[in-house]
Ligand binder design. Structure first.
Ligand code: LLP
Length: 393
């Protein structure tokens, strides 16, 4: 075993204390990130719901709940996890195109603040179930605003060709129906245009669409208590140390400038990635370094089962060697996992200090859609987790 230096701000005693691969969470950074959100939303009617799908680790959820954020949920299991973590039911919203009857019943039993309804058939089912349960469902209609967020095609959600929401042409009919239903309380409109959006322009376009629609409905005598603009703010995957916190100022300023808010209307946000991505790193040990005629490979004990983003989206995550001396010579490697799939590659042609068997590696910015998308393919164990600067553990 090589001497282990403290590198890149990681607590190396913690890194060395558990079996790899595991997720290392910088809880102080999570706190600072949320404080930044609070700073930019103070004194406004903005309410941020954390999109639990980004990371449902119970300790992360508990920490976010303690900060007073709400939660955006997409399954019955997420509803249960959020309640267990201490989120208040009046700050829970439930999204998704395929909510099952039992998930809807669970949401109604728990008295969640809002169902984000994605279709007319769903609206009818929620109304029926609420009537049977003798209750009223608070809902927002999810609008597909046909805005291209110019992000990866798998994570663009607001264009007319994908499955999400109700198209603007069909909106009048859905709103009129919802407004008349006895067991439905129509609170507002919901939007979500995509994820990992780093230009403010799509969000500015979204503001224009929202303004147009709220004016259209105001003229028809319908006003909304809530406008939910979804999530999607991106982070800087290339500079996790230099820019660990997303550009919340530009993001919230875009809405402050762009949205025409009426009276006591609340604006809801559903941020996932921007809250948790940079506080998580996947820590892995080098199993082998192998060379063939044209390439050198670093083979990790972490694979696509632990972090699927590079294999699924071609996503780039910064990779660091936490063990090598800073002055070590640099070498070019393909960094790969052990899974029996050619796509199990974290990065091609990655520049790293000369790397050896047993070295510890950090795959950065993996706190969002990392642990939550892990699988057991190849009968692998799910990755573990460790929490840095957290006195309670
Ligand atoms: N609200 C709704 C309705 C959503 O569908 C999503 C994400 C969010 C909020 C949160 O978006 P965020 O703020 O995290 O961008 N697995 C992909 C990302 C999929 C995002 C799905 N929806 C990835 O690893 O990039």
């Amino acid at each position: 075993m090589h001497q282990v230096n403290s590198h890149h701000g990681f607590q190396m005693d913690l890194v060395n204390s558990i079996d790899t691969p595991f997720y290392y969470y910088d809880m102080a950074l999570l706190d600072r990130t949320i404080e930044e959100i609070k700073r930019h939303t103070a004194g406004t009617e903005y309410i941020v719901h954390y999109a639990v799908k980004a990371n449902g680790n119970p300790h992360i959820l508990k920490t976010i709940a303690q900060h007073g954020l709400g939660a955006d949920l997409v399954s019955g299991q997420e509803i249960k996890a959020a309640i267990e973590a201490g989120f208040n039911a009046d700050k829970l919203s439930f999204s998704g195109v395929g909510k099952t009857d039992s998930e809807i019943r669970l949401g109604l039993e728990q008295g969640i603040a809002c169902f984000n309804v994605e279709s007319v058939p769903e609206l009818m089912v929620i109304n029926d179930l609420a009537r049977h349960m003798g209750t009223v469902a608070h809902i927002a209609i999810r609008v597909n605003p046909d805005i291209d967020a110019h992000t990866h095609r798998y994570i663009t959600t607001g264009t007319a060709s994908n499955k999400f929401g109700i198209g603007i042409d069909d909106l009048d009919q859905a709103i009129d129906m919802a407004a008349k239903m006895e067991n439905i309380d129509l609170t507002g409109l919901h939007f979500h245009i995509g994820s990992q959006i780093t230009s403010m322009q799509p969000f500015a376009m979204l503001c224009d669409t929202v303004n147009r629609l709220t004016e259209h409905y105001r003229q028809r005598g319908i006003t909304f208590r809530v406008i939910n603009v979804g999530g999607g703010l991106g982070i800087d995957y290339s500079m996790p140390d230099e820019r660990p916190i997303a550009d919340f100022k530009s993001y919230f300023d875009t809405f402050k400038r762009g949205l025409k808010v009426n009276g006591n209307q609340q604006i809801h946000f559903e941020l996932g990635r921007a809250i948790v991505a940079n506080c998580g790193s996947l820590i892995s040990r080098v199993t082998f370094v192998k060379e063939n005629r044209s390439k050198k490979f670093v083979i990790l004990d972490a694979g696509m089962t632990d972090l699927i983003r590079p294999a699924l989206y071609g996503a780039h995550h910064k990779i660091q060697n936490l063990t090598a001396a800073p002055e070590a010579a640099v070498e070019t490697y393909d960094v790969v996992g052990p899974v029996c799939e050619s796509s199990d590659v974290f990065e091609h042609d990655c520049s790293l200090p000369v790397t050896r068997r047993g070295d510890l590696m950090a795959i950065r910015s993996a706190g969002a859609y990392g642990e939550s998308m892990a699988s057991c393919y190849n009968m692998r164990r799910l990755p573990g987790c460790a929490f840095a600067r957290d006195k309670q553990l």
